[in-house]
Design a protein around this ligand. Structure first.
Ligand SMILES: [Zn+2]
Length: 95
């Protein structure tokens, strides 16, 4: 078996360092695109009902909350969610 010369070892070291540098740039690129995604205006927001109660509104009557309680970013509540929350708070206070 041939032992690698010092020069070969040195070159190998440089290549490894360059690779690590490239990996760093790649993760930076990912990080930047993730940040950009967050900065961009969101199309949907989580319904206030879910934000306050921690769960989606139960589908019993009326319009159920959309999947994952995602509603248009221009609104705060899903259809009927504010009303449902108001009624539930009222009931809880009555007890
Ligand atoms: Zn909702």
């Amino acid at each position: 078996m041939i032992n690698p010369t010092e020069r070969e070892l040195y070159l190998e070291e440089i290549i490894i360092k360059q690779k690590l540098q490239l990996d760093k740039y790649h993760s930076l690129e990912n990080l930047l695109s993730q940040l950009l995604e967050k900065i961009r205006e969101p199309k949907t927001v989580t319904c206030k009902y879910k934000q306050m109660t921690g769960h989606s509104r139960k589908r019993r009557s009326g319009n159920p909350c959309p999947p994952n309680c995602q509603i248009s970013a221009h609104r705060q509540w899903g259809d009927g969610c504010q009303n449902a929350h108001w009624i539930q708070t009222k009931r809880r206070k009555a007890k």
